[in-house]
Design a protein around this ligand. Structure first.
Ligand SMILES: [Fe+2]
Length: 184
């Protein structure tokens, strides 16, 4: 210390910060579309789980479309194509909704297989087993979509709720038709 013990510009002194006014409950952080960011983040997690499951379901449909054999080949080959085309369109809408909510869509096969709620199927060839596989996938997807719908409603996200809600209607109808086709 210098002579006289004078410390110039004492850095140990704390500068007083202006007192924050109490505003009661803290407002949650909002994302760019005006949704609670934390709720939107849980929603995008749910949407990513749905996306991953849909992608595995899509590939299962491709396998059924390619490998189907037997007397119902022509009708099921065409039906599976119709279903995977529908799935492909919805998958893209899901991924882009995740981005709109400021999340990042899963986009690798490894991530899909890890997060999917349905298993990948291989070498299914008969009408019975292919239709049963698609119906089981759809049952899982409908349940997952109901979960996402609840998250969207909790976040006040009408657009996601409409997107997913409308798709549940379409998928439930497809499931009914497959059930009727399989005589169940
Ligand atoms: Fe084809």
């Amino acid at each position: 210390m210098g002579a006289g013990g004078v410390i110039l510009g004492d850095m140990s002194k704390k500068t007083k910060s202006p007192k924050k006014r109490s505003t009661g409950a803290r407002k949650p952080a909002m994302n760019s579309v005006g949704l609670d960011a934390a709720k939107a983040a849980s929603l995008t997690d749910g949407l990513n789980g749905l996306l991953a499951t849909y992608q595995v379901h899509y590939q299962n449909l491709r396998g059924c479309h390619w490998n189907i054999t037997g007397p119902t080949f022509f009708e099921l080959h065409a039906k599976f194509e119709e279903l995977y085309t529908k799935a492909q369109t919805f998958i893209d809408e899901l991924a882009e909704r995740i981005l709109t909510l400021e999340g990042r869509p899963l986009h690798t096969y490894s991530a899909y297989l890890k997060a999917s709620e349905v298993k990948e199927q291989r070498d299914l060839t008969g009408a019975k087993e292919t239709v049963a596989c698609v119906m089981a996938d759809m049952g899982t997807l409908i349940a997952l979509q109901r979960g996402v719908l609840r998250l969207a409603e909790d976040a006040g996200d009408e657009a996601t709720a409409t997107l997913v809600g409308d798709n549940i209607t379409v998928m439930e109808k497809d499931l009914w038709m497959l059930r009727a086709y399989s005589g169940k």
